[in-house]
Structures are given as structure tokens and as C-alpha cells.
Design a protein around this ligand. Sequence first.
Ligand SMILES: [Zn+2]
Length: 1150
Amino acid sequence: MNVNQQTPMASPYGQPQPGYGQPSYAPLGGGYPAPYAPYNGPASAYQHGAPPQGPARAPPTSAPPAVSSSQGYSQYSQGDIQNGPPPVAQPMQRPAVSQPYTPGAMNLSGPHPSYPQQYAVPPSMQQVTNQMTGMQIGPGPPPTPAGPGYAPPLTSQPPISAAYSVAAPPSYTQGPPPVSADPPQPPPHSEAGGPQPYYGGPPPPQQTFPPSFSSAGPPSQAPGQQQSFPSGPPPVPQSTYTGPPPPTAQTSFPPPPSSQASSFPPTAPPSTAPPAQYPGPMPPPGPPSQPPFQSGPPPQSQLPPTSMAQANHLPPGPPGAMQQPPPQSGMQGGYPPQQNGAFGQVRGPQPGYAGQYPGQPSYGGPAPAPAPAAPSQKRLDPDSIPSPIQVIEDDKAKTSEPFTTGVRGQAPPLVTTNFQVKDQGNASPRFVRCTAYNMPCTADMARQSQVPMAAVIKPLATLPPDETPPYIVDHGEGGPIRCNRCKAYMCPYMQFIEGGRRFQCGFCSCVTDVPPHYFQHLDHTGKRVDCYDRPELSAGSYEFLATVDYCKNNKLPQPPAYIFLIDVSYNAVKSGMVNIVCQELKTLLDYLPRENPDTDSVVRVGFITYNKVLHFYNVKSSLAQPQMLVVSDVSDMFLPLLDGFLVNVSESRVVIESLLEQIPEMFADTRETETVFGPVIQAGLEALKAADCAGKLFVFHTSLPIAEAPGKLKNREDKKLVGTDKEKSLFQPQVGFYGSLAKECVAQGCCVDLFLFPNQYVDVATLGVVPVSTGGSIYKYTYFQAQADCERFLNDLRRDVQKPMGFDAVMRVRTSTGIRATDFFGSFYMSNTTDVELAGLDCDKTVTVEFRHDDKLSEETGALMQCAVLYTSCSGQRRLRVHNMAVNCCFQLADLYRNCETDTIINYFSKYAYRSVLTTPTKTVRDTLVNQCAQILSCYRKNCASPSSAGQLILPECMKLLPVYLNCVLKSDMLLPGGDVSLDDRAYLRQLLSCMDVAESHLFFYPRLLPLVKLEGDSLPVAVRNSEERLSKGGVYLLETGLHLFLWVGANAQQELLLNIFGTPTFSQIDPNMTSLPILDNPFSQRLTEIVESFRAQRSRYMKLMVVKQEDKAELIFKHFLVEDKSGSGGASYVDFLCHMHKEIRQLLS
Ligand SMILES: [Zn+2]
């Protein structure tokens, strides 16, 4: 090891950095608003919205990115550099800041009003009836005409009203079944189908479901289709699933259905997909079809990811060349300027127009596969199958009052509905959502239904401003009151007995004495008289102040530290990343997390730069200039300085600013292209160890770490393995080094956030091990270009640095007798089977927990769960956050099916599947999902629905979207990648999904597509289904995926629309490379800007906007997100998948 002082600092580098234009940076910002104010987290504060204009945030201390500040730099003489570890100075002592906590502040007193149970799920179901034959794939007897198989009209569901609570569901027969939103018109005979008055207008009367299959032949014609559902072998034995078996309670599936079950989806993904018809979003390099996205001048700045996968997944261009958008191939000329051509009028927000759409996509262009078809004049009418949009709108319509959590087993409104929550004893759905709010009492029932029992928990979720954050409770020196046996924390489920002297645990039934200081009398109902004055007795969520017994080594924790580790190798400098990070940190450091906005943050900071060697910086406040210490022996990392490495920003501001000003200059001319990675994390970890605190490392990294050092990696990318049994190895780390390092990090409470700026394969699967195990996040900016990607990166960074978070956390989920938590999904580390260890836990992180029976549950007591998270706050206070949730239990399967939440089930299924790819071939994973879904639906059919013709597809009301959403999971880039999706993209998505909450996973799999017709008032237009058929050539649409935003412009978009949005009346003049919309002086433009901003504020990652002109090459990327259509990688369309699912169900039933 050697600490030397030579350095990059010596020579003056006066030249401006190539590759980085100031303009792109300067305009960014908008003021930083007070941290924590907005519901959406600090990020929302950045009104990037009005780009250029708004006053920039506090003037940066220095001029823009420019580099030439000669002064500060020259002073940085070598003389200042110390050699060898400096003398240890006084350790940074920072008083543990105590939070001003006022116990009396709760305003929970008084009886709580009770609200009607308006959310009880209506006991209804939706029937999709079809001719039996009609559903068959492959040759079969011609279906009879529409009449018979068709279920009787369903009554529509009355808008909101308590009446639903107990309605008898059992009558699920053919008779007029309850609910469902579609109108009961006679089934449309053909595609032209009857009008479907979805929503809008008077309440939907009733709906008829059946499909329009009226003619013979396979329902969906397309040849392609057959291909999708090959019949016959190869049946995949379910047993090949090596991961933990998916089934809920038990591991074995009922005898597998006959053969065909497993043959869907097409096994060979990309290869078999007919590339010709629908080139994947980005076909593999080579084919002529995709040139636009390839090489050459760097990708257009705004070409975004082709697939959900990447955020940017364009080929690199010559290093450093700041791209000029390649010439647009422009299809502009393709369309005559007609206003409302054959394709029509801008459709109103309602998607239900069956009649307007002929079965085929309305316009030419590269029609995607779904309709290759001549053969089928008659195919299943998309309007006759369950519509996600309708379900979403119906839920919004029936939600008018706040959701109160006092009633056990009540399913909350959907994640797509805006509603207010009042905590009356169970955790808010913002903290906990369950797959089922009525669990089966026995393991047998659970196994039979195959419905997963899981909870998606977001412990530190940020609440909207009109909802009260959890109260903080202090039980004094003795710490929180707990059950003697199971250690559950005091909560509303504890029953006080013997006049209040003891309490019986709701989880394990053990009786515990009430400590004298906590004693209180009971009222005539047996409740403590102070019940409503104490959050722990009346609320679902609250926090306890923890005592030293809850601290590591029985010592109160130090405030956490943030360490910034910046790659300064050639690519990092050339792309502009180094400069951007340094410039940004100058101001961002003033916004470190704090609990009281009026005080300075107590979080300390430190800085390291690296390539093949590491440079540590002494930024002690007493220094005139920062000092650099270089560690070139990276084989055994150590911290070359103690005093002066971690400092308080307000004290060392001048030195820090000087350092941030100089870093870009020092490495401006670097030739070093190799980097290390393991030693970088080790260095940060050592610094936290030395300071005896928890904290977070922000690593800004560019390349595969091939330099000689621990954790060195090699390029193992091998696309030939995709789709084979060996594919799984590509998602596993290539060396064990990072697993061990992660373990050490967790022990120290060292959370790692990784910002990647790769130009090629960097092995995200391996580099991500530490972030994923420590509760950290990974951000990826492929082919990063300062100009095009700066805004997205900076917004992500700002939010990441400011977001509320806890450190050195441990989460434990306790349950009442009968069930237990058996599996966990998310970014964390587990060294035993019960404790979820999180070096860091931020407000966006979610942990999904699966439960299984270990005994019978009781209808009377229901099932209880308590999630307790012990963590250190950003001010250094040790706390316990507790979330309680009680659900009902049932002996009737029908009750289970009436109280499920499909979005949460999909969240669980997708996490299960994405994790399974580590051990199981992706095809097997897909087959298992399909099979489990079929089991769930066939169990319902067999046990809950009244007898009916086998030709009918009957879906439970709560799960009628299960097929469409499941199909989206099956064809996602992780499970069925197109040729253009890289392994890094998939590894990245895999990690991203693992900690998504239900709202994020919903959007990720089923993006929101808004027609921009009239934007009036505060409400949003009603979304349309994700299918090309729903797009009008005369319209403009906004598509949100949670990771990207697209603005699709129809070739015949009305002039007025174009003028309002772009300020130009002609389609051809729209610049597809714009990354933000112009702010125009008209209400439409302003409202659109607001909408875009509000969408961004709701998401944990900044969504870059991409303008897509119809028929432009970039449209392929956009189409990738039209998830109801057949995908370029071979994924089935919704219609086809539903037919397939129906067949699977019938096989299980027969
Ligand atoms: Zn207990």
C-alpha cells in the first residue's frame, strides 16, 4: 500500500472539457423547494417543468460547468498534500440530535367516525362466455352463432353504496349474475359489435360479455397465433421449477393438466418470432430493419429505451461525440394532410367503441402481428373481454369517501384511484397491501385455490400532505411494551384483561403483565380509557422511540454519513458525467435529509474519486484547500485518513466547493480507461467503520471493472445463452466477492446506491449485488450524453440524495397463530429466516412478504400481521416503526375470491418470477405462472361459479384482469426478451422490479395511455387500452410507463392540437428529438405541462419525455408498450392469451 502524493493535481488543465456543453446543464434546475414539503417527495420540488425559464436554484457558487477556474486550482499545491495518514484529530462528535417529540401531540382523541363500508367488493363476477368451440385454438367445430353460449346479462354494479356488503354471491350462475360493468346488449355479432357504453354517461347499465366469436374456425385467426399455442408436447413437468414452488400454501400442483398446458408461450422466444412482421423494438444488430437505432452517430438523444428495459439503450457513438440527431427518416410525407381521414376522428376518451374498429389496426404502417389476418374475419372482439380501463374507472367512480382502515378484511380502492386514508386501526394501504383480504382458513383451501397469500409492504412510504404521518410514541426507559413470548409490540390487537393489569397477545395468546407506568383502567367494553389517546392502541401505524437496547453494541448511533465515490476514468470524464456530478453536488449538499426543515442536516459527507487507483480527499474545515491522498495498492483497501474525511457540509463548505471545482479539471485529460469497483465500495465501507456510523455510498460508475483488484470482472455477455438452460447463470453474480462484501456492508449499515453510465456490458447482475443486498438502488444511463440525459440523471440524483430514509434497519414480520411469513422479496439481506436486514431503507422501497399456513385460522379472530422495522433516522435517532394489518379468514372459497386484489397478486407473481430466473429456465418460469393462474381461475369456476357450459370462460369479478396483467408479465423483457434487449437491461429490470410497490408494478406492466383531446379542469382524460387499435391517427397520446414518457403524435393530428402542443400546425415540422415540450401561451399547453410534471412527481424515477411521430422509426419503441397487442418478441396479444387461458382452465376442469 502506498499513499503517495503525486498526482493528477499538479498540472494545470485549462481546457474546457470536451463533450460537455454548458447549455445542457445550466437550464436545469428550478428552485429547490423546502425539502419534505411535497407529498411526492422532494423530487417533485424540482420543477423542471418550465425548463429554461424558472429561476435557477440558488446560484451555484461557481460559474457553469466551465472549467477554467484557474485561481482556486493553482493554489492547490503539492505542498498541501499530506503524505501518510495524517494525525488523528479529534473525532467528529456530533450530538445525537434528539427529535422534538411531543407526546401530547396526537390528535386522535375522540371517537372516530365510522364510515360506511363502501369498498366492500361487490359479490359479483364477470362472465365471459364463449362458444366452447369458439375458444378452441386450432381446428375445431365451428362455433355456433353467438346466441347460446352467451351468458345472460349481468347487472351492473351500482355505484358506490353499502348495499354490497353482504349480497349473496353464491348465485353465480347463469342467471343474471351480479355485476360487471359491461352492458348486456346482445353480443355483438362481429367485431362491429354492439355499442359498449363503458363509462362516461350514465352509469353503465349492464354488460354483456360475450364475445363476438360468431364464426367458425379458430377464434383468432392468425397463423401466427397457432404458433403461439402449439398444442401437444412438450409438456413441461411442473416439477422442474426449482425455486420455491409458487403455489401458495403447498408446493405441489394438482396433477398437471394434460400436455398442452406447458406449451405456451412459444418456447423459443426471439428466434421464432417472425421478425419480419414486427421487428422487435430493436432487433439485434444487423438486420436492416433496425439501423436507425444502431451505431453511427450516437443515438439520438432521445431515443429511449427500446424496451422497458433500458432507459437508454442506444448504441454508443464515437466517444465524446455529442450527437446530432440522425436525420429523421421522416415519414412525414407519408400522410396526406387530411384532417380526419379514414382513421379517424379523435376519439373521445372512451375506449369502448366497438363498432369503430374493424378487427385490424386502423392504419397501415408496420402493422403488428395481431392482425395478419385475413383468415379470420371473426375474432374475439377486444371490446367484449375485460377492460383494464373500465375496471380502473369503475373503481374511481365508486370511491368518493376516505378509506378508513377500521374494518377488518376490507379491500382498499385500487392503486389507480385517488383516495384519502384514515388510519383507524390497520395500516394504510400506502404502507401495506395484501393479495387477499379474506384468507382461507385452512392450508387445503389455500392449496386448492392457489391464490398467493402475500403482503406488499412499504414501511417508510411518504404520505400525502392531507394524511397524518405515523405518530411517535415514547414508552420511556423500559422501551416499547411487548408480548413476553412472541415479542410483538403493543398494538390494537392486544386484549387488556384483569381490570387492565395484564394483556393477552393477539398473535400468540400469551398473557403479559402491564408495567405499572403503563397501567390504565378499562371502560365497560373492556377498552382502556386512554385507548384513543395512544396511537399504539388505536392506530394501524406508529413509531416507538427505541432505547439503547435496540442499538448496536448497546450504544446510541452516530448520525449517518453520505460518501460520494466518483469514477474519473476516461469515459466518465468524456461523457460529461464527472463535471455534472461535481457541479450538482455544490448545491445538492445543502439538501441532505433532515427531520426538521429548519435545521441543518447532521449527515456528514466524504469524497473519493477513482479509476484504477483511489483518491481520498481531506476536506477538513480548517484547510485552505482540499488535500488528496492516493491509494494505488487496491488489493487491501484501507482508509488513508481519518480526520477530515467525513465532514459537516456547513462547516467545510468552502473546502468542499473548492474540491468539487477542481475534480473535473484534475482529470480532464486523463487517459486511464480501466476501473476498479470492489475496492471502491470497500473504501466507503472502511470510512463508515472508522467513523462508527451507518450511511450511504453514492457510486458513479462507468465500466466493467477489469483492472487488477479484488472483485475484478470479465466480460461474460453471451447472447447465445439466452433462452437456454444456461441463461440463468447470466443473472447470477460471476464472482462470490460481492456477496461477501455485501454482508460486511449490511453489518455496518452501509447502503450502496449505484449510478451506472455504461457504454457497453458492465455486468449489472454482478455489480448490483451490493446495492441490492443493502437496500440500495441502481440507476442506469446507457450511452450517457450530457445534453440528452443530464436532466433525467440530475433529477434522479436529487431525489435520491434528499429522500427520507432509515439506516441500519431490521424488519421482522410477526403473524397470529395459523400463518407465518415464509418468503421475502426486495432489496435486502437475510442471514436467518426471519430478519430482513436493510443497511438502508428509503421511502420508495417495498418488501413483499409471502405467508403460508402452519395451522388453521379462525373466522372469528381473522389473521393478524405486524411488521416492525427498527432503524436509525437521518438525525441519528433509533426508532421502531410498526404496521399492523388484520384480514378476515373464511371457510368458503367464494369469500376468498371476492376479496382479492389483482394488482397485488401480480406484484407478487412478477417478483416471484423475476427471482426464479436465477435458478430456473425462463420458459419454465412462464409456464409455471400460466399454470398457477389457470389453477386459480379453474378453482373458482369449479367451486364458486354456478354450473354452466364448459364453453364459458367465467372469471371472478376481482380477478377479471388477472389474464391480461399476467400476460404482460409473461411477455415482459425479463421473461421474453426481444433480440434488442441486453442482458444488462434485463438484470437491471429484475432488480428494479424487486422493490416496486403495487402502483409501480401496475404501471410497469400495464402503462397508462392518455388521449390528449380536451384538457379541461383538473381531471385527467380517461385512459385508453394499450393497443394500437385504440390510437387514432388524428390524435395525440401520452404514454406513461413509470420509467418513460412518450408523446405519440398521429400523422393526421389536428392542426389545432399541434399548434397547442408544439406551436406548429404541421406534423412534419415537429422535431422528434425534443426532450421537453415548449411552454406555450395557451391553456392546453399549460395543462399538458402540469400533467407531465405531476406524473413525474409521482414516480420514484424521473421519466424522460420522448416525442414519437406516427410511422417514425421510434414508433417501434413506443409500440413495445402497447401491451394488449402481440409483441415483437413473440408475446401473445391479450385476446390470444385469454383464449389460451380459457383452454388451460378447461383442461383443468375436465
Ligand atoms: Zn405474543
